[in-house]
Design a protein around this ligand. Structure first.
Ligand code: FEO
Length: 403
């Protein structure tokens, strides 16, 4: 369904072919690149789509416009998943006036070589399409410096860019009253529940570093009455706006549920043995937990659950007198995302000299994490005698939840 309201039409596309987003993040359910038309006496197109979808995207626009022209192309965000088709739109509709802010202008020039017929807007500026008014709010670093949001005053609709977006292509209707996560047909879950894990993964992977600026944007938008959120990824939110805004608010405050995210890498199974033993002890005590092996899965899922639980347990063998590289990469990502307010414990095996636990503790301390213990560094093979996971689970349990 392309008609969101009489004046708002969905012209986005689903990408079920791309395997890895931004060259890093898996897409088991695909992703959507959302774009919208606002049709009045004048016509505005809000953002575009990914380069590989030019014919389908153009067909969507032509079908809705029935020969009418586009007057304005509003660029809320210049990341190429939304801006790749600016040149094509300019070729198809040569009169179109591009609307962006001062930070957008050099990016359009750099990516597309376009420097003319650009209408530069500032925070709070508006354009009229006839009976419809679009007002622009600068929301830098949600997700890039040029990001802004567009508010359709008369319909209380926020075109939010990446904010409130999710991974996962959208099937059925794009509206959250009936949208279905691609490849999932479980009708027992509502749309927010169906997309929630992919929303958290999207936020933690893509936007996770920018909690402070997301909070600033939420504060700026708090005075607006919003009855519809049209993000660039995932469903159009109407019914579940309170849940979606609350989810983004909690994520950007780094608020987490009680539970343990266990993340580890292992060369020969010894650090893995410790990780699995910890998981088993937590399970016995009824402590919520997840287990991520960085040697067999993409780090994307570990980041998702770093944002889910309030305790992080990280296992790494010592490798070249350092942290095992997959775990070091993960921890650098945790640092880059400026994660806050977590309890932390490290563990790992070594053969002749232990370094990983000490180094992991230093990284955690740099983030202000509270260390549950000095960590468990053990020589050679894992055993319960060398590495007392029962005691560690008791300690975690006393902090995380009553056992
Ligand atoms: Fe979906 Fe930051 O682009």
């Amino acid at each position: 369904m392309s008609r969101i309201s009489e004046k708002i039409r969905y012209v986005g596309v689903n990408d079920l072919s791309k395997v890895i987003f931004e060259g890093m993040w898996p897409l088991p359910f695909g992703v959507s690149y959302n774009s919208y038309l606002v049709v009045d006496e004048k016509v505005a197109l809000i953002d575009t789509a990914e380069a590989g979808f030019a014919p389908e995207y153009l067909d969507n626009i032509r079908r809705e416009l029935c020969g009418r022209k586009i007057d304005y192309l509003v660029i809320n965000h210049m990341e190429p998943d939304h801006s790749s088709l600016i040149s094509m739109i300019r070729e198809e509709y040569p009169q179109v006036r591009i609307v962006g802010n001062a930070k957008t202008v050099p990016m359009i020039k750099g990516y597309h070589g376009i420097a003319d017929n650009i209408h530069v807007v500032k925070d709070g500026d508006s354009i009229s399409l006839g009976e419809s008014t679009l007002t622009f709010y600068m929301t830098p670093m949600v997700h890039w410096p040029e990001t802004m949001m567009t508010y359709f005053n008369e319909e209380k609709t926020l075109f939010s860019g990446d904010a409130f977006g999710t991974f996962g292509a959208v099937e059925g209707t794009v509206l959250d009253s009936g949208a279905v996560l691609a490849g999932r047909t479980d009708s027992r879950t509502d749309t927010f529940e169906a997309f929630r894990d992919e929303m958290r993964r999207y936020y933690s992977n893509i936007v996770g570093k920018f909690g402070q600026t997301v909070q600033a944007a939420l504060k700026k938008l708090s005075g607006l009455e919003i009855s519809r959120i049209c993000s660039t990824h995932g469903p159009v939110w109407e019914k579940f706006i309170p849940q979606v805004v609350s989810c983004y608010d909690r994520l950007s405050r780094y608020e987490a549920e009680k539970g343990v995210c266990i993340v580890y890498g292992s060369m020969y199974g010894n650090t893995a043995g410790a990780a699995k033993a910890l998981a088993a002890e937590l399970a016995k005590r009824g402590v919520p937990h997840v287990l991520h092996n960085l040697c067999t899965e993409n780090v994307s899922y570990a980041y998702r659950d770093v944002f889910l639980y309030d305790t992080l347990a990280v296992g790494s063998p010592t490798y070249n007198n350092d942290i095992f590289p997959p775990v070091g990469n993960f921890m650098r990502g945790v640092c880059a995302r400026l994660v806050k307010n977590r309890k932390f414990v490290a563990f790992g095996s070594y053969t002749w000299a232990g370094a990983s636990v000490k180094l992991l503790n230093e990284m955690a301390a740099g983030l202000g994490f509270s260390l549950i213990s000095e960590g468990l560094s053990f020589p050679q093979a894992f055993s319960s005698e060398k590495c007392d996971m029962e005691a560690l689970a008791d300690r975690i349990c006393s902090e995380v939840s009553p056992c």
